[in-house]
Design a protein. Structure first.
Length: 264
């Protein structure tokens, strides 16, 4: 597929430069212009852009400056790779960019990426949807300087007692603890925090709902952290058999395999 003179919003993944998709990397390597979130995207990844590419850091730019640059370059017949951390669809602030690009009649395409929630789960060697324990994963954030809709307050979501992944909440751990406990969560419920998931300096902290704030303080974590909470984060699950999936159970029949009846 030829890289066309339009804007490509590319998910760069959580940090490890090898966790970008094959398609995303090809666009980065062929784009005429690269605009990237320099506070979060690996410089090693951006170094893979072609030598003649025009490269810009976006951390010091406001929305209008970024979009104006993208519009100008595409109108010049150039391709633009707008490189975001993780997956652009989750807290990616891409809606306002797409809106302005659409008003300017500039074509754009989104290339998905690996979200930090999945990089964190991989680092923890955790399955977030464990059979007969929890089959739901809620991606959210605690309400702080950026509020959440009232119906999506953490306490309300936590009432489902599913696995919860908290983005952008490292400075709000007291609030997180209070709302989870008020929702009926035991203080002993497992919590895992992964700071800078997939980066060389990745830090993993295992704690509980009742000890979350103290654990964050002890480890000096105030940013770039994914907080995962729920019984799916219990590290002892790997030693147990009662939560096995039916998918590979020899007695379970499905479209591709006939099950063998269990002996009575």
């Amino acid at each position: 597929m030829k890289v066309e003179p339009k804007v490509y919003i590319v998910g760069a993944g959580p940090g490890d430069p090898d966790l970008i998709t094959v398609k995303g990397l090809r666009i980065l390597q062929e784009a005429d212009v690269v605009l990237y979130t320099d506070s979060l995207v690996s410089e090693e990844l951006i170094a893979r852009a072609k030598p003649t590419a025009e490269v810009h850091k976006s951390a010091g730019m406001d929305l209008e400056q970024m979009v104006e640059l993208m519009i100008e370059r595409t109108q010049e017949g150039k391709s633009v790779a707008r490189v975001h951390t993780g997956d652009p669809a989750v807290y990616g602030a891409i809606l306002e960019q797409m809106s302005l690009l659409k008003k300017a009649n500039v074509s754009f395409e989104i290339i998905p990426g690996v979200s930090s929630v999945f990089a964190a789960a991989a680092a923890l060697q955790a399955e977030l949807t464990v059979p007969e324990l929890t089959q739901t994963l809620i991606l959210t954030r605690a309400s702080g300087r950026t509020p959440v809709p009232e119906r999506e307050e953490l306490q309300s979501l936590a009432s489902h007692h599913s696995t919860i992944a908290l983005y952008l909440s490292a400075t709000l751990t007291k609030k997180v603890m209070r709302e989870l406990i008020d929702a009926g969560w035991s203080p002993d419920t497992p919590v895992a925090v992964v700071q800078r998931a997939s980066w060389p300096d990745q830090l993993i902290v295992r704690t509980t709902v009742g000890q979350l704030d103290e654990a964050m303080k002890e480890n000096g974590i105030r940013s770039h952290a994914m907080i995962l909470a729920g019984w799916a984060l219990d590290p002892t699950l790997i030693d147990k058999d009662e939560h096995r999936s039916k998918l590979y159970d020899k007695s379970f029949t499905h479209r591709f395999r006939k099950g063998v009846p269990a002996h009575e």
